[in-house]
Design a protein around this ligand. Structure first.
Ligand SMILES: [Zn+2]
Length: 82
């Protein structure tokens, strides 16, 4: 089972869900859309396409609630997926 921390609807494609992710072996957290893969540095910045970051981090893994809290992010919604 995988736990994902989500932050609502993607403001770019309006179909995907924003979720917390991190780089493997790094403490860098980003918010990523599970559909169009737009990425932001913080859920508070995920307001539209003009704030999307350009690094396009690949190989992201889901961040859990503990990591989200450690980053000082808002709680989000925890979703368990099989
Ligand atoms: Zn999207």
């Amino acid at each position: 089972m995988t736990t994902r921390v989500t932050f609502g609807e993607c403001p770019v494609c309006r179909q995907g869900t924003l979720e917390a992710a991190r780089l493997p072996n790094a403490g860098v957290l980003v918010v990523v859309c599970d559909d169009c893969e737009s990425q932001w540095r913080h859920p508070g910045e995920a307001t539209g396409g003009d704030t999307v970051i350009r690094e396009e981090y690949a190989r992201l893994v889901p961040a859990d609630a503990e990591e989200v809290a450690a980053a000082g992010w808002p709680e989000g919604t925890v979703v368990d997926t099989p």
